[in-house]
Design a protein around this ligand. Structure first.
Ligand SMILES: Nc1ncnc2c1ncn2[C@@H]1O[C@H](COP(=O)(O)OP(=O)(O)OP(=O)(O)O)[C@@H](O)[C@H]1O
Ligand SMILES: [Mg+2]
Length: 200
């Protein structure tokens, strides 16, 4: 499977400045592409466009040459920087985890998710624990490309390494494609198979 952004330009409305201008990139399965740029250069905007949450103002995003599906499960999934903003605060973790599929015990064990956490509210978990849920819940076999938008910025160095080790293991095992969006060049060099820079 291949995800392709073709000459993507984007602005939030017709009067505001362009955030992205003529961005083209592709992500093949098995490939981990680092997307590195300073703050404000449009990384999160690009992440949302690649995952189909936002339509490009110009250009296209294609998966195997076709538009991203507008209904049903999208094989491109996005993991956000702030896990607390991507879960429903009124749902216990068990419900959030099982929203789109039921991860098996092996996956939960691999992600280091403890059974006891399933009955808690999101506010009763640490950022790192919550991020594990946010990752596990989208790792259905149907997910082929993962867009990771600064997913470990708010974690301490040890948790960061743990989360990346797990994610890399799974990505390699399933031959998933990944976009690793970060302003941390060292992280990109460590986990990616290649890196592109977003220019202003
Ligand atoms: N919903 C929005 N409406 C209007 N402008 C927005 C919106 N979201 C972001 N922007 C603007 O778009 C530009 C790019 O923002 P974006 O969040 O994509 O940058 P980023 O590279 O992810 O930054 P950071 O590294 O700080 O997360 C910024 O100038 C921002 O102010
Ligand atoms: Mg951002």
């Amino acid at each position: 499977m291949q995800l392709e952004a073709k000459n993507v330009s984007f602005r939030y409305d017709k009067k505001s400045p362009w955030v992205l201008m003529d961005v083209s990139l592709s992500i093949q399965e098995g490939e981990r592409v680092g997307i590195v740029a300073p703050s404000g250069f449009g990384k999160t905007t690009l992440a949302r466009i690649l995952a189909g949450y936002e339509k490009p103002s110009e250009g296209q995003v294609l998966i195997d040459g076709k538009e991203l599906p507008s209904r049903g499960f999208c094989p491109v999934q996005l993991i956000y920087q702030h896990p607390e903003l991507s879960v429903n605060p009124r749902w216990r973790m068990e419900k959030t985890l099982n929203e789109c599929f039921t991860p098996d015990e092996a996956l939960l064990a691999k992600m280091g998710i403890e059974k006891e956490w399933l009955h808690r509210w999101p506010s009763e978990l640490s950022g790192g624990e919550l991020q594990r849920f946010c990752i596990a819940r989208i790792l259905t076999p149907k997910t082929k490309i993962l867009i990771c938008d600064e997913i470990s910025t708010m974690l301490d160095v040890i948790t960061q390494a743990q989360v990346w080790n797990i994610l890399l293991d799974i990505a390699k095992e399933r031959n998933m494609g990944m976009a690793v969006i970060t302003h941390n060049k060292a992280l990109a060099e460590k986990v990616c198979t290649r890196t592109v820079r977003l220019d202003k």
